[in-house]
Every structure is written in C-alpha cells, then in structure tokens.
Write a protein that binds this ligand. Structure first.
Ligand code: UD1
Length: 359
C-alpha cells in the first residue's frame, strides 16, 4: 500500500513523525512525504526534520506565503499535479493548517481515500481559519483519527458515520515522550541565563491577536506588566515580528526577551522548565497539560476544552486585565493540577498504523 503524507506548517512535522516511524516497521507500507512549503524559514521548517528523525520530504511544492485563497489554491494545484503523476492508496493529512484542507480536497476529488489525524477538534469559532479547515477536512475524510472522547462527540453531532471514527489518543504525546528521552539537558532551560521555574515562556502568533492593532497593543501591555515580576522569553513567529514592525509596537519591558523561533527540542526545554506558559497556540495547551505546567491561553475559546476541564489550561481571552490577573495568581501559587487523559500514552501512532494495515 502506498501512503502519501502531507506536511506544510510547523505544527505538522511532529504529528507525522511518529506515524512514519511506526509504519516504517512494516514492509508492505510504502511511504512518501510531501512538504507543501507553506512554512519555509529554516527555524519554521528544516530544523524539525533534522530533530524529529523524519526523512527529508520526497518533494517540496514550495508554495510559500500568501492570502488564504492564494495559498490554498497554489497548494491544491501543485499537489494535484503531483498526485496525478505519483498515485497512491491513501493520503494522510494532519492538524488544521491550510495545507491540510488543500491536500485533503485534492485527494477527495481524485477519489483517493483520505485519513485525517487530529480529527474532531472544534473551537466553534468560524472566524478562526483553522476551524474552517478542521470542519471541511473532517467532512471529506474517510478515516478520522481523534485525540479525545470530546472529538468523537463533535463528529457524531455533525453526522459523521461512527465507522469512520477511530479514537486513538493524542499523537503529539507520542512525539513528546520520544523526544524527552532524546533531548540533551532536558531539565535545564535552553538559555544559560535562565533559572528553572523562574521565567515564563510565551508564544503569540494568531491573526486574531496580532493582526488587530488594538488587541495586539493590549496584550503587549499585559505582558509588560507581568514582566515586572518575572522574565518572559518569547520565541517570536515571523508573522508577529512583521506586525511589530508594521505597527511599530514593541514590548517596553527589558524583561521580555524576544528570540528567534526555537527547534522542537529547544522549545521543549523552554516550556518544561518554565514557571508557566502564555500562548495562543493549539498543541502547547496539550503539552503543558501533559507535563502539568500552568498554561494561560490568550484566546476567547479553544478547540481543546479537555485541557481546561482535566488539565492546567486557563483561557484568559485578550482582556489585558484578565491576562495579568491570571498570571499573578500563578505567581502567588494558585495553580491547577492535571488529571491526565486516557490514551495519552505514546502509543497513538501504533494504533493508527494498525488501522492502515487493515485497509
Ligand atoms: C500557520 C497555521 C496556524 C499554525 C501556524 C504555526 C494556517 C491557516 N495557519 O499559521 O494554524 O498555528 O502556522 O506556526 O495554516 N512566514 C515566514 N516564514 C515562514 C512561514 C511564515 O516569514 O516560514 C510569515 C509570512 O509573513 C507569512 C506569515 O508568516 O505571510 C503567515 O504564514 P502562514 O503560513 O500563512 O500562516 P501562519 O501564521 O504561520
């Protein structure tokens, strides 16, 4: 059986890696890796292949950045050309980025079975581009691999037949466990000047947070206030740096240190040894819950509500007052404890590959 895997943006690489590693144990599974080129900077793409132990992509479609229609359209055009030449028995897409829906649509229209890993997550906020990508990809997928029971419920509510849905657990945890064993100095922060438990780690790149000057300014003000009490380390996404330059907003506090985006292992060391995390990313909400690290999510909603009900995650929204209040609570020792989640055991890739082998 010939399986075509698609990656495009930073959060995709760690989801594909454990599945490809597991499938490589079975000779009957031929594997082809396609990189759409949605992310192209070394720190947003190449370093992950080196660290996660995945082979270099068989092809890079080199689509690069662009508005949603332009980027999605270019990926579709190039992936269709590739698939018409290459063929395949199964296309595997992961997560919720533009590459996920673009390649999913191509597979569905060519009548090639489509598998979606991390299916069923919903923020119920259609202003988020990722929510549109999630909804549409799940509608056209033949095999939907879900990380948690809530995701199964969402899919059933949308009328997806039960026989297409496979509750397999969270694939990010496979990568986290695998990399924790292989990361040198895992119990130390990646920058020599940092002390364990004595800084906060920050990621911020959602269009809804950084593209609106008022909201972005409010968040930066809150961060300045938090930084009066604890240093904040901020590996900044290129989108956020571009917006800072465009709006001429920069954090005022010298206690906020902006650095280049980090590799998977360096970032793991950064959040694992931090006092708490401030983020608007998706997967980091799960990783911090798994490691029992307090996480403040600077968003109005989340597609991973189980990290709130069972984990360490707190939604702050974008109100600067609320963000600072929640951070101060953590500094005063008021933190949530994670209960852990079923099937977050590092065996998700094995469960997925078992399904592939039965096809
Ligand atoms: C994408 C995903 C988002 C994910 C994020 C992780 C979509 C709709 N969004 O957002 O869900 O959380 O990746 O990083 O797919 N840029 C560079 N170099 C790069 C990549 C991007 O400079 O290698 C800059 C460009 O200015 C580009 C902007 O970042 O225009 C946005 O990139 P894009 O791929 O459109 O979406 P992300 O914001 O990265």
């Amino acid at each position: 059986m010939k399986i075509i895997y698609v990656v495009g943006a930073r959060p995709n690489f760690m989801k594909v890696a454990p599945i490809m590693r597991e499938a490589s144990k079975h000779k009957e599974l031929e594997q082809i890796l396609v990189h759409t080129g949605q992310h192209y900077d070394k720190n947003m793409s190449k370093c992950f292949f080196e660290e996660l132990g995945i082979c270099e992509p068989d092809i890079n479609l080199e689509v690069g950045s662009g508005h949603h229609g332009e980027q999605t359209g270019k990926i579709m055009q190039k992936f269709e050309e590739f698939m018409l030449k290459e063929g395949g028995n199964l296309v595997v897409v992961v997560g919720d980025v533009n590459s996920t829906i673009a390649c999913g649509l191509v597979a569905a229209k060519l009548h090639i079975p489509l598998a979606h890993v991390e299916a069923g997550l919903r923020s119920f906020d259609r202003r988020m581009p990722e929510e549109i990508n999630r909804l549409l990809t799940d509608t056209i997928s033949d095999y939907l691999f879900t990380p948690a029971e809530e995701a199964n419920k969402n899919l059933k509510n949308e009328g997806i037949p039960e026989e297409k849905i496979f509750l397999v657990g969270d694939i990010m945890i496979d990568t986290l466990l695998w990399e924790m064993e292989r990361t040198p100095h895992i119990n130390k922060p990646p920058l020599p000047e940092l002390d364990n438990n004595n800084y906060a780690a920050l990621t911020l790149h959602r269009p809804s947070n950084v593209d609106d000057p008022e909201i972005f300014k409010g968040i930066l003000n809150a961060l300045d206030e938090i930084a009066n009490k604890i240093p904040i380390i901020f590996p900044a996404h290129p989108r956020t740096i571009n917006r800072m330059k465009e709006f001429q907003f920069y954090p005022k506090s010298k206690n906020i240190k902006i650095i280049e985006p980090l590799s998977y292992r360096e970032f793991l060391r950064l959040y694992k040894n931090s006092k708490f995390v401030l983020t608007d990313s998706g997967s980091i909400q799960q990783e911090t819950t798994f490691l029992n690290i307090p996480c403040l999510t600077i968003r109005e909603n989340t597609e991973r509500p189980f990290t709130i009900t069972k984990g360490t995650n707190v939604l702050t929204g974008t109100d600067p007052k609320r963000i600072t209040e929640e951070a101060f609570k953590i500094l005063e020792g008021e933190t949530k404890q994670s209960e852990g989640l079923p099937l977050w055991d590092g065996k998700t890739a094995k469960r997925i590959v078992n399904v592939f082998r039965e096809l």
